[in-house]
Design a binder for this molecule. Sequence first.
Ligand code: PEP
Ligand code: MG
Length: 583
Amino acid sequence: MASLSLKGVGVSRGIAIGKAYLLQRDQLKVREYLIPPSLIEAEQERFKQAVAVAKQQLAEVRQRIPSSTPVDIVSFIDTHLLMLNDKALAQAPLKLIRERGCNAEWALKLQRDALVAVFEDMDDAYLRTRKDDVDHVVNRIQRILLNQADHIQVIMDGRLKGKVIIADDLSPADTVTMQNEGIAAFVTEYGGPNSHTTILARSLGISAIVGVKNALRYLRQGETVVVDGFQGMLLAAPDARALAHYQRRQRQEKRHQSELNKLKELPAISRDGLVISLQANVEIPEDLAMMNKVAAKGVGLYRTEYLFMNRDQPPDEEEQYETSREVVKQLRGRPLTIRTLDLGADKIPGHEVRHEVRGVVTNPALGLRAIRLCLRDPALFLTQLRAILRVSAEGPVGLMIPMLASVHELQQAMALIDQAKDELRREGKPFDDGIPIGGMIEVPAAALLAEVFAKRLDFLSIGTNDLVQYTMAADRLDNAVNYLYQPTHPAVLRLIDMTIKGGRKAGIPVAMCCEMAGESRYTRLLLGLGLTEFSVQPAMLPEVKRIVQDSDVEQLAMKARRVLRMASAMEVDAFLEKLNDLD
Ligand code: PEP
Ligand code: MG
């Protein structure tokens, strides 16, 4: 049998080999039929019953969630439960049944189409994927109405162990139900870099590829498949040579992981004796467990947006205080750098933060986000500042302001921090009066004036996730221009260099807390440019540490500066290959 390879988007690293389990769900065939007026009420009752059963099913899934389940998954299921209580899904179809005199399935389909159309019209890539939620919930109700069993719930009997699940799409409830079954990987036909499946795969740490079109059509039940999460490639019916190749890579990968685990207790010191600070970026509570596993020295970036997502009302001071206090407690004396709210643009909460000019939505990345939004809404900002200040009484806490572009913004923010301090003083609530205040350097204007900002701050932290998008004028969410999203573009590197120098001149520390900081192929370059503090996704930390231990920083410093005179990212990348090969 000839091998077949299919391409998708690799969303979770790792290689998996297993037998394919094709999750063939019967296509839901929904037809319209007319209901006589005398039976309308009974039809409405049937719909209500179906919604009630759907709620009961999801509540059961929710109850069975083991405590180790990533919080993302739990919150997706909670969202689905909320949707089942929402008028748009639970009530609107009842009205349609009466008005059109049609069956419940058809009314639900019409309502689904109307809701999905609204989502599809949205400009924001993340919000567009929210239509998946509508479909997951609607399909659950439709299955109940049509008396079709939920496939995933039926097969929970250990049959999936070691299997590669091939499905059109997986709902959060499917994922929770499957997670304890020991599946090897999953492959879905739908989904992109922002889809739920993607987020879930990353949280669960299993290999996964999404967006493999027609996978269910081309693959056969039970055949051996290889999932290469690095390349986003699926290989079906591999021949003996390919199979041996992937088995070898799988063994290498395992060995590599266990080598990295051994580094845990070793310090991050370069060959020539320079101590490098390796901290972790934390967004969700699970990251804390992971950062302990890799022995990070503290949290260099605590993103606080997470608490503001998927809800109508922002959390109050007490909730923010308690959440951060819990993190401080878990860090047991290690430093915690809390970033103030960075809502807007790619980080959209339950409520809209969009910029409209005469009905046209302009690019939100250039609009009201982060510190700009906080200064526009001082009450929101003050609540957070008070919470952070109060937490500073509990352990070593720093406060970091995102997206600074002008000194005026910094002055306004400082005035609000002083106001929050005065209030707390009057109320007799303790806080650390000397709490270090830092700024993120993610806008070219701030990088160019790093020295000016550094004189007014206690530390700087470079965020290239944004610095690259603003330097290259290439939206970080827009795939059409991602060829321009180049962290190694000499213009970006010059801004990084200026920031490091600006901080050094003012005598304050400069860290970097973005994806680039965690990408080990940039570690030597950054060390060479003088960076000594990295804050990275916990899973990336061991590899960065390995490179630090393997590097002679003095030697790198002499070579790395050459990149500042180069003309293109391509030239820099070619140079990096050699730099990374140095012994
Ligand atoms: C950055 O922009 O590099 C950064 C760390 O912030 P975020 O990714 O949260 O925008
Ligand atoms: Mg940013």
